[in-house]
Design a protein around this ligand. Structure first.
Ligand SMILES: [Fe+2]
Length: 135
């Protein structure tokens, strides 16, 4: 779920490495919930999640700039997906992790990692070969 696969490549090194970093941060959440259940992880989980939200925003903004600079025709549709995802991520951040901590973290993790992978494979791939990396 949070492992990078070569088939996720969009052919742009910088974006691939950003996607890898997103999955790496998501993996930290996964490792956290795989550890002892009796230990309280809510603060640590909230910190990792905040890191994930912040890096996601940075990455999506980068992708959007690259699309605009390349005059990419699918920009509006693509940006809409980004905006909706950011809204969902911000909404999830309000989740009470103290209550049923494991479930809360797991549902965050599942939603976010599935969205990232689906978005890469369903939407980001559409710009494959159409965007030039900035030098
Ligand atoms: Fe995207």
């Amino acid at each position: 779920m949070v492992e990078w696969k070569d088939e996720y490549s969009v052919g742009i090194k910088l974006i691939d490495s950003q996607h890898k970093k997103l999955l790496t941060i998501a993996k930290k959440l996964m490792i956290l919930i795989s550890t002892s259940e009796s230990f309280d992880h809510s603060e640590e989980a909230a910190n990792i999640y905040a890191e994930l939200v912040s890096y996601t925003k940075e990455h999506l903004a980068f992708e959007e700039r690259l699309m605009l600079l390349n005059g990419y025709e699918g920009f509006i549709e693509h940006k809409l997906q980004h905006d909706q995802f950011i809204a969902s991520m911000d909404e999830l951040a309000k989740m009470d992790m103290e209550y049923n901590q494991r479930e809360a973290i797991l549902s965050m993790l599942t939603f976010v990692s599935e969205w990232i992978v689906d978005h890469i494979q369903g939407t980001d791939v559409k710009y494959k070969g159409q965007l030039k990396e900035l030098s």
